[in-house]
Design a protein around this ligand. Sequence first.
Ligand SMILES: Nc1ncnc2c1ncn2[C@@H]1O[C@H](COP(=O)(O)OP(=O)(O)OP(=O)(O)O)[C@@H](O)[C@H]1O
Ligand SMILES: [Mg+2]
Length: 336
Amino acid sequence: MPLVLIGADQSLKLLNAPATEMFGSGMEGRHYFSVLRQPAILDAISRVYSSKERQEARYSAKDHAQETLYRVICAPVQNGSGLGVLVSLEDVTSFETAGQMRRDFVANVSHELRTPLTAILGFIETLRGPARNDVEARDRFLETMEREAERMNRLVDDLLSLSRVETEERVRPTQLQDLQDLVQAVCHSLRPLAESAGVEVVINAPLPEAQKRVQGDADQLMQVFTNLIENAIKYGSSGGRIEIDIVLVPRDPIMRAPGLQVDVRDFGAGIDSIHLHRLTERFYRADNHRSRDLGGTGLGLAIVKHIANRHRGRLKIASDLGKGSCFSIVLPISGP
Ligand SMILES: Nc1ncnc2c1ncn2[C@@H]1O[C@H](COP(=O)(O)OP(=O)(O)OP(=O)(O)O)[C@@H](O)[C@H]1O
Ligand SMILES: [Mg+2]
């Protein structure tokens, strides 16, 4: 932590190594005004001289595109020649960004919950008042209320599974899984959804040598495939077909290891490239209205990414507007 000692004559007496790195060398003897510069710090220091009490300030240092935030503590120190000031600068950047992320997250969750709640409350009011004796309207309203309540339920489920995955992220699963079995099971349970969307799902995975080689958590991997395939059905149904390939990758350039790659490819509308790098952010939806109408919470891909991380794998997204999208998950395999 950078430390600067200022003497009774207001000149710099001592800078430790981090402070020298921050403010430059050869600063001893200069007036603190000419070195520390930012008004907030200067102000705090002069207040220490006048009040003889400890003061706090914030200091931000920009280099390149990065901004570092410091909490600055200016403490009075009494020495032989009078009152000096010890200035310490604590880097609080990560703390501040974590705080900001937490605030954003709470704001997002509240907003996501408020929307269905407002709708439900509105319908309750209508059912009590104007629609009291209208049987047909009542059924319609109840149906909508049910849909909104289900949406809230899904949101809470997703939040819980996100937090579970995050807590376990550092613990690598140890059991060996057969990806082909898992993908098949997921496709089986999504068949009704695919049929009602008019989508045919094809799995290409004749890879006997690649079976049971991924160290993984079966439930979580199923969750990954469920989200990717469900997305392909929901957002790519206009293509009428989804292809799932399981392929052996001799060496993944980023994992620097051999892996198994599962591609979930649809031939639907695709995603504009401006959205691609943000899709794994919590609550991010490329097509807000459409996704909301389809009951999406925007948490699915965030969960997928965390699960991939936990498995030391990664998610790749490629999409061509008008042609379709391909979401791939690559997982490292053990053994030769
Ligand atoms: N195959 C796809 N084709 C087109 N857009 C897609 C596809 N997959 C995802 N998207 C876009 O990415 C967004 C984020 O997907 P994600 O799975 O994270 O959330 P969601 O599907 O909206 O909600 P949830 O999965 O939690 O129900 C979607 O809202 C959609 O706009
Ligand atoms: Mg989804």
